[in-house]
Design a protein around this ligand. Structure first.
Ligand SMILES: [Zn+2]
Ligand SMILES: [Zn+2]
Length: 312
């Protein structure tokens, strides 16, 4: 085994991609510095911002909050925002909620939970029961719920931005999926810094944009973070997972492919694509039911909720 590049102690991890070994403490420092560089490069944060961090209970979002807290202890007002999706199998939602809450209390940060069942009388369990009527995948609906609620509640909590735990693997596999399927509308809306276009939308930032899932896994382990290790009972067969596997196959053959793809997409493809698409892009409208952002008369969240609460 090699030695730590920083202190010469025996390395706890060897990163093939960089040809570097680190002890656990210096790996934590290495990853924090990497995140800090992305934050500067993409201008994600301003001093004393109030930032909602979307906490799922899983490793990526836990690592995100832990890293932001370590880098900017006093300089950021961080608040954990958790969505209780109402998934009873494997006690999934209950465990996720407890883990997210515990992390915030360990770090001395504010915590806020939105309960789908209590606030809206709907849940992912109900979505699963009525899947056929909804004509969309469970993960797609869950994504709509999360986007809608994170936007709404981070604004209500007076936050400047919301930070999500999306990592390199998520970004690359979603880009791949959207390119293969020709989803231009989704393609022009990707990136680490999605700036709000109006006052009913919040700016969404992704500080882990250039960090791989393997790196967050090692970080969570070395920092002793307690995280949800049960896979979501409704994610089986999700197409996003298939594209992630596809990406990892590529990455195995050509290490570094993911980050090169992301950089090239943003430097060379996104600009012209946005310019071309700007002319045909629809304006943001206001949902007739909830007043939230939408491109139709009624937003996707209200539409799904209408179907779910029909004949109650
Ligand atoms: Zn060291
Ligand atoms: Zn609505």
């Amino acid at each position: 085994m090699t030695d730590c590049k920083k202190c010469g102690q025996p390395a706890a991890i060897y990163l093939t991609r960089y040809g570097l070994g680190f002890c656990s403490d210096h790996f934590l420092e290495f990853l924090r510095n990497k995140v800090k560089k992305s934050i500067h490069k993409y201008k994600l944060l301003n001093p004393y911002d109030r930032i909602a961090v979307a906490l799922s209970g899983g490793k990526d979002s836990a690592v995100l909050l832990h890293i932001l807290d370590s880098i900017y202890s006093e300089a950021l007002d961080l608040i954990g925002l958790h969505i209780n999706l109402g998934i009873e199998p494997s006690n999934y939602s209950k465990i996720s909620l407890n883990l997210a809450r515990e992390l915030c209390s360990d770090l001395g940060r504010e915590f806020y939970c939105v309960d789908l069942r209590k606030e809206y009388r709907i849940s992912m369990d109900l979505v699963e029961k009525k899947e056929k009527q909804l004509k969309r995948s469970l993960c797609g609906i869950c994504g709509t719920f999360k986007r809608y609620l994170l936007n709404k509640y981070s604004l209500e909590l007076d936050c400047e931005k919301i930070a999500t735990g999306h990592v390199l693997d998520d970004e690359v596999s979603v880009l791949l999926m959207n390119m293969i399927n020709g989803n231009v509308e989704q393609l022009v809306r990707t990136g680490p810094n999605l700036i709000a276009k109006n006052e009913i939308m919040i700016t969404r930032i992704k500080p882990l944009y250039e960090i791989s899932e393997l790196e967050t896994m090692i970080y969570a382990q070395f920092a002793n973070l307690k995280i949800q290790d049960v896979e979501c009972p409704y994610s089986k067969g999700a197409s996003s997972l298939k594209y992630k596997k596809l990406y990892l196959m590529f990455e195995n053959q050509l290490p570094g492919l993911g980050i090169t793809f992301l950089h090239n997409f943003h430097k060379k493809i996104l600009g012209p694509l946005q310019e071309y698409y700007q002319t045909t892009r629809e304006k943001v409208r206001i949902c007739a039911i909830c007043g939230g952002p939408t491109s139709e008369t009624v937003c996707a969240f209200c539409n799904i909720r209408k179907i779910l609460t029909r004949n109650e």
